[in-house]
Design a protein around this ligand. Structure first.
Ligand code: UFG
Length: 330
């Protein structure tokens, strides 16, 4: 039988997709989530949900022991870049300090593998067209720095203790479970595709385009949008790789290696509904790079990862389907 995995933040957006992927693949799954931004209904009824904090070491260590946890997938954290600029200590607390305590609990209880949600924000404003894993990491906001600190912690802990890790540096995650079982439910979301599908369904007035004078083909920001289900699949492959070779850890970009501009995303949303979303030109947001696109050759060479949803229209269609289903729930 397959091992049991603890998913932190499993009631949240990406975590809830990972829970489904693990369960679909026959792993045991336990979720820990404080439900500050997640929802208990996002966790399947047959998956135990421990309601609590990742830094509550007695609770976490009891959970790790009681369920004989082999690996942790760590999604819990704060994710809004502008908020991290306003409130850096929240990010160093939630993302760095609490993760330090979680890693300590993992080491104490003999957890063997740790999979971490890192981010392309650790690269800051790269001076290359496609970011490689060895492109210098120079975060330009506390969010990116708080995640980079965790990469450093994991590297050092894996060298000192019998634990290996995989840090996946996500590019722009979007879309929803193709079967409609979960999606992005975050209240007050700021991410482009989420905001645009909310506008398309009349949940908000329109979309502000943050910057139209970037050095990009149409002047708007370019990002590497990746379907959340392909990202969840990458986590399963990471888990298998960590189990297969406990001596090896990984730091890998997770993107498709191509970019779309804000205008291209909004055009895709308009196509999906046949009803144009209202667009407003707005100034650039603090700390936004012009373009952020992955070089994904390392993950493709390391894992048998075969993205199944690398299509902007599909990403938008799934985000829209979930947004409809969500209705006024969140
Ligand atoms: N944008 C708009 N209007 C909006 C929202 C976003 O024009 O209402 C633009 C942004 O300026 C940017 C692009 O759309 O050019 C994408 O912005 P998002 O807010 O959706 O995402 P970010 O690229 O800022 O950041 C996201 C995650 C980070 C992660 C990063 C990695 O929030 O956690 O992707 O690429 F690190």
């Amino acid at each position: 039988t397959k091992p049991t995995i603890l998913v932190t933040g499993g009631a949240g957006y990406i975590g809830s997709h990972a829970v489904l992927a693990l369960r679909d693949a026959g792993y045991g799954v336990v979720v820990i989530d404080n439900l500050v931004t997640g929802f208990d209904w996002a966790v399947p009824a047959d998956v135990p949900l421990v309601r609590g904090d990742i830094a509550d070491q007695p609770l976490v260590e009891a959970t790790l022991r009681d369920h004989d946890i082999t690996a942790i997938m760590h999604f819990a954290g704060s994710v809004v870049v502008p908020e991290s600029v306003e409130n850096p200590l929240k990010y160093y607390h939630n993302n760095s300090a609490k993760t330090r305590d979680l890693i300590e609990s993992a080491v104490r209880t003999g957890v063997k593998h740790f999979i971490f949600s890192s981010t392309a924000a650790t690269y800051g404003t790269p001076d290359v067209e496609k970011v490689r894993e060895d492109t210098p990491q120079r975060p330009i906001n506390p969010y990116g720095m708080s995640k980079l600190m965790t990469e450093y912690m994991l590297r050092d802990v894996a060298a000192a203790h019998p634990m290996n890790f995989c840090a996946l540096r996500y590019f722009n995650v979007a879309g929803a479970d193709p079967q409609g079982r979960t999606g992005q439910s975050t209240a007050g979301a700021t991410h482009l595709i989420k905001v645009a599908v909310e506008a398309a369904l009349g949940k908000r007035a329109g979309v502000s385009i943050f910057g139209t004078d970037f050095a990009t083909p149409d002047g708007t920001g370019v990002r590497d949008y990746i379907h959340v289900t392909d990202l969840a699949a990458a986590h399963l492959l990471a888990l298998e790789a960590l189990i297969a070779d406990p001596a090896r850890s990984h730091l890998l970009n997770c993107g498709y290696g191509r970019g779309f501009s804000v205008l291209e995303v909004l055009d895709a949303v308009d196509r999906a509904t046949n009803n144009p979303v209202q667009r407003t030109m707005a100034p650039r947001r603090a700390g936004d790079p012009a373009a952020l696109i992955s070089d994904n050759s390392a993950i493709l060479a390391t894992f048998p990862w075969q993205p199944a949803h690398a299509d902007l229209d599909q990403i938008v269609a799934h985000a829209l389907a979930w947004e409809r289903k969500l209705g006024d729930r969140a």
